[in-house]
Design a binder for this molecule. Structure first.
Ligand code: MG
Length: 343
């Protein structure tokens, strides 16, 4: 809806040709009428919309894995990809970036952190960048409660900064979301994970930073509003006017930064482990997380069971090379089947 807002405020700059949703058919059809676009609803709506339409940019904002096939199809058609679904990069980063290079297709990051990095890197050569620093709000459980095992669904869904869907809100609270963003940054900017750092920054004003080999650090700052990043993805390399107010620096009392607590947030470690294992391990990680978050939302496992389910699954995973979309989907199926058996 944020993306629709951006388009609505720039009617002369953008045209929506097609909209696809899995559910919410009525809302989709109303928007399609408003923008004179085609509406696609149902299980394969996104893939069908990509196959039957042409556009400069395809905005992918699905939940989890379901964005992979439509993204690959859009790349094959030469559309630039404005990517909001980080699981696509997490699970199949190697595949989709290789395919994009082959087709001369660009990724335009929509996530606020990756947009920040994209804006800071702006044209620098790869050997000028020494590292990336992703900021994290820390979510609702940064310091309390001390015992996370009794956290309820309602508590976990109450994110202090961003209003998002349930999966990404839970992922933010466990910091798995930040881990996914590390992997996403690795593929988007071709920087090894060892050179990607995470710092907790509860004010969510600095959206991420890039450090350069000469000792300079650039940061991108703006009030926390997803529409800034979405608009930049759609207007890059230009900037268009928006109604959003610029930051009032003197009005901010302070900006704070600290290291994430590795004991409270084991998911950050699991992500780096998956990356070390290589192949489809990251796909197993993401699929296990999707399963575990749903199991938590359904009341089948406790909050702390999310990280332990992911770890169990990762430990049990055989080596799986990641050479095709099929291999990624197979790893996804394997992880879900393994967790279903164990529960
Ligand atoms: Mg983010």
């Amino acid at each position: 809806m944020n993306a629709v807002d951006v388009v609505r405020s720039h009617p002369d700059d953008f045209k929506i040709v097609a909209l696809a949703v899995r559910s919410s058919r009525e809302r989709c059809e109303a928007l399609a009428r408003e923008f004179g676009a085609k509406a696609y609803c149902g299980e394969n709506a996104a893939l069908q919309a990509v196959e039957e339409n042409d556009a400069d940019i395809c905005l992918v904002a699905t939940v989890g894995m379901s964005g992979l096939r439509p993204t690959m199809a859009a790349i094959a058609k030469g559309m630039d990809i404005a990517l909001a679904t980080k699981e696509v990069m997490v699970m199949a980063g190697e595949l989709v970036t290789a395919e994009a290079r082959r087709r001369g297709v660009r990724f335009l990051p929509v996530d606020s952190e990756h947009s920040a990095i994209f804006q800071c890197i702006a044209g620098s050569a790869a050997d000028e960048v020494s590292g990336l620093v992703l900021t994290a709000s820390g979510g609702p459980f940064l310091d309390e409660p001390e015992d996370l095992s009794s956290v309820t669904v309602a508590q976990a869904l109450n994110h202090p900064r961003w209003k998002m869907g349930p999966k990404v809100t839970i992922d933010s609270s466990t910091m798995m979301n930040k881990g996914f963003e590390v992997l996403e940054a690795r593929w988007l900017f071709d920087v090894p994970v060892e050179r990607i750092d995470v710092v907790v920054h509860p004010e969510s004003i600095v959206h991420s930073l890039v450090t350069f080999v000469d000792g300079a650090t650039l940061a991108q700052l703006s009030p926390p509003d997803m529409r800034v990043a979405i608009q930049y993805a759609l207007t890059w390399p230009r900037r268009l006017r928006s109604e959003r107010a610029a930051l009032d620096l003197a009005g901010l009392s302070r900006l704070t930064f600290r290291r994430p607590d590795p004991v409270r947030f084991p998911c950050l470690r699991l992500v780096r482990e998956a990356m070390k294992r290589g192949g489809c391990a990251a796909a197993v990680l993401a699929a296990a997380d999707e399963w575990a978050v749903q199991a938590f939302l359904d009341g089948r496992i406790p909050y702390t069971g999310i990280a332990s389910a992911v770890e169990r699954c990762l430990d049990a995973a055989p080596e799986m090379p990641c050479a095709s979309v099929e291999a990624v989907l197979e790893a996804d199926r394997w992880a879900r089947a393994t967790l279903n058996q164990g529960s």
